[in-house]
Design a protein. Structure first.
Length: 87
């Protein structure tokens, strides 16, 4: 089995980064939260950015359209809308 390591510090493979991306991680910071990659020496951050690419993230697409990207923001907007409609 041939493993391509993206992060040598924490032995994170390219496959793992892609799996985290498929699960919703859109940025190197979110990848770091998921598996620590990029949090030690930082030499893998550019490689992580390359794997993530541009435009592959549903949340990023929402932000580009001026929409809220976080569930908490969506809930807050829904509450405000409901209050306005009730008034």
């Amino acid at each position: 089995m041939n493993r391509v390591y993206v992060c040598s510090c924490f032995a994170v493979t390219e496959k793992q980064v892609k799996e985290h991306a498929e699960a919703g991680a859109c940025t190197p910071r979110q990848i770091a939260s998921a598996c620590k990659a990029g949090t030690d020496c930082g030499s893998c951050v550019r490689r992580i950015q390359a794997i993530l690419g541009r435009g592959n993230c549903p949340r990023r697409e929402l932000v580009d359209q001026g929409m809220p990207a976080l569930a908490a923001e969506v809930a807050e907007i829904s509450e405000v809308t409901e209050l306005r409609e009730a008034a």
